[in-house]
Write a protein that binds this ligand. Structure first.
Ligand SMILES: [Zn+2]
Length: 260
């Protein structure tokens, strides 16, 4: 083999010169990245499919993009509250993105003329980009229009399997013991956990959640959007590291490369 090496190198050089398609092919890198848009909104892109979770952009003081600037192929909704449903209808109407949501919320949005897929807690389903499973979330779900409250079923979290990576978006939730089960059943690469308190877990409970889930990296969300949910995400990440866990604070607009 040692004798053949110069010829092999020469062959690779020549093929790259005369058949550039080979080099082009070599440069096709499958990159999976996550982008934080403030509050509970994240984009996940693999270069072909673009997922956006809870696209609350208009009225979100932390949002780094506007609703008309995002072009998702799929929109994942955890529940119907305005700070999660956000601009989903407008974005879906413009881009024809498929909305994935808990059953009643999906039905409600379907009646508005957008494409939806209705799922429910515990159920999983394969999509072109990978697999989605809905997890429980201890919260509520409604669309509130003035004095009218339209209930939109149960809220949820998401397990997203894409390119052999598993990402857990907890949705809006309090701490619950079955996070242990979620962590035991899935090797989580990333956990996105609310820390804002008042409506969702505070940082102390989120720390226990992170321990139960055992994700390779935990990213805090759902904080600082409004004065009521101000938190110190760096202190949260420090406390994670004291428990031997890795955390990462993302600023709105910041990308996190999951896989390159
Ligand atoms: Zn919320």
């Amino acid at each position: 083999m040692g004798l053949l090496l110069p010829f092999y190198c020469c062959y690779l050089y020549l093929t790259s010169q005369y058949f550039p398609i080979i080099m082009w092919h070599k440069e096709v890198v499958i990159m999976l990245k996550l982008i934080f848009h403030g509050h509970a909104c994240f984009s996940i892109t693999d270069g072909t499919y673009n997922l956006i979770i809870d696209p609350f952009l208009k009225g979100n003081p932390l949002a780094d993009v506007q609703a008309q600037e995002v072009n998702p192929t799929h929109i994942l909704l955890t529940h119907g509250h305005a700070d999660h449903l956000g601009d989903a209808l407008e974005i879906a109407a413009r881009t024809a993105a498929l909305i994935i949501a808990p059953n009643e919320l999906a039905l409600y949005l379907g009646h508005k003329g957008v494409k939806t897929v209705a799922m429910h807690i515990g159920g999983s389903r394969r999509f072109p980009f990978g697999r989605i499973k809905l997890t429980p979330a201890w919260h509520s779900s409604a669309i509130i229009q003035g004095q009218e409250i339209i209930y939109t079923g149960a809220p949820c979290g998401y397990l997203i399997e894409i390119q052999d990576e598993t990402i857990y978006h907890a949705g809006d939730t309090g701490l619950f013991g079955d996070m242990q089960l979620i962590g035991a059943r899935s090797q989580l690469d990333l956990a996105l956990l609310p820390i804002g308190d008042n409506y969702v877990m505070g940082p102390e409970d989120a720390l226990i959640a992170a321990e139960m889930l055992g994700a390779k990296v935990t990213i805090p969300m759902h904080y600082d959007t409004f004065p009521l949910i101000e938190q110190d995400p760096y202190l949260f990440v420090d406390n994670l590291s004291k428990k031997g866990l890795k955390g990462q604070v993302l600023k709105p607009g910041q990308e996190y490369v999951i896989k390159d």
